[in-house]
Design a protein. Structure first.
Length: 64
């Protein structure tokens, strides 16, 4: 499942995100959602989240 719809993502969800510095390369970072930062219900590039380790990026895959 992609991470474009806010309703699909909950705190604690296991996700792969792309960090700002990795947007060109497409490298994904794995983690668990601590905070959902995007307020709109949909974002074409993915909902922005903060992982439990503090990294911020846009959700590309929801694993749970």
């Amino acid at each position: 499942m992609d991470g474009k719809n806010r309703k699909d993502i909950q705190v604690g969800s296991e996700v792969n995100i792309v960090l700002k510095q990795d947007q060109r390369s497409g490298n994904l970072t794995h983690g668990f959602v601590k905070d959902i930062l995007t307020h709109s219900s949909f974002h074409p590039h993915g909902i922005k989240v903060r992982l439990e380790d503090g990294q911020v990026g846009r959700v590309k895959e929801i694993l749970t």
